[in-house]
Write a protein that binds this ligand. Structure first.
Ligand SMILES: Nc1ncnc2c1ncn2[C@@H]1O[C@H](COP(=O)(O)OP(=O)(O)OP(=O)(O)O)[C@@H](O)[C@H]1O
Length: 257
């Protein structure tokens, strides 16, 4: 469970990225975080694994007080929380399976990193994760020979191989075409349902969020202005979240492709 009580983040330049957030997410929820650019979506997601420090409030994840974590305990905590970024963060000149195996590196002794030595068990875990996301046949292909959607699946496989309880995804489909974006969202959905992994996704494209996520958290100026089921999000709620500006819709993207 993720629980925030009165969480705020004030950046060093004085900007209030998060303003008194109360949020509780149970294990296995699939949550889409939406809002205008600069609303605080990335800040929210990045406080959960302490990539960004909060400046006020309580943040407890699986009974761990995240605000107090540092050093070894922070590294241990982060193993339970997978993070996926828009740019995939892959070594594009390396093979797919090597990228998935790289996910194990933070836990390995230095000599194994140096030799690139992985156990049979780790290799099997990596291959099983690639199988889960449907790209086992690409295991020995170089990442730079894959499409954007396939690369995002490699990133997902790398995270899955770590057996996380939570996946935080920061704009994972922003650089993908609409069809591929839907496929990747569907991957997240399947994994959420099959493994009961909590998934929090920052997403610009409202239609995708409404279609695939079960719960929507709408952020405006660092505050939550909607928190509820995706099928109860109305036009007027969207107006409130987006200050009456039109959010990114998939049709617009289709028009651009
Ligand atoms: N490192 C930083 N230093 C100072 N201000 C920051 C920093 N990072 C973000 N901010 C500010 O905090 C606010 C929230 O930013 P955040 O990146 O969380 O928004 P976002 O909703 O994720 O936006 P986008 O959709 O454009 O990624 C913005 O006003 C932003 O300018």
């Amino acid at each position: 469970m993720i629980e925030m009580k009165g969480v705020s983040k004030r950046y060093d330049n004085g900007v209030l990225g998060l303003n008194n957030i109360d949020l509780r997410i149970e294990q296995g929820e699939f949550v889409g975080i939406i809002g205008l650019s600069g609303a605080g979506k990335s800040t929210l997601i990045r406080t959960i694994n302490k990539m960004i420090d909060t400046t006020a409030g309580e943040l407890v994840v699986n009974e761990v007080d995240v605000t107090q974590l540092k050093g070894k305990s922070l590294r241990q905590f982060r193993r339970q929380v997978g993070m996926i970024f828009q740019g995939f963060n892959l070594v594009t000149r390396a093979k797919v399976v090597t990228n998935v195996l790289n996910g194990f590196v933070p836990d390995l002794p230095f000599w194994r990193v140096l030799l690139g030595y992985f156990t049979k068990e780790e290799e099997l875990k990596a291959l099983a994760a690639l199988d889960r996301v449907g790209i086992l046949d690409k295991a020995f292909t170089r990442v730079d020979q894959l499409s954007g959607g396939q690369q995002q699946r490699v990133a997902l496989a790398r995270t899955l191989a770590q057996n996380p309880g939570i996946i935080l995804a920061d704009e994972p489909v922003a650089s993908l075409d609409p069809v591929t974006a839907a496929v990747v969202m569907n991957d997240f959905k399947k994994i959420n349902q099959a493994d009961n992994i909590s998934i929090l996704i920052n997403i610009h494209h409202v239609e995708l969020a409404l279609e695939y996520c079960d719960r929507i958290v709408g952020i405006r100026d660092g505050q939550i202005v909607y928190d509820g089921p995706s099928d109860q999000v109305t036009e007027s709620i969207l107006d409130q979240i987006y200050k009456g500006q039109k959010p990114d819709m998939v049709e617009e993207m289709v028009g651009e492709v």
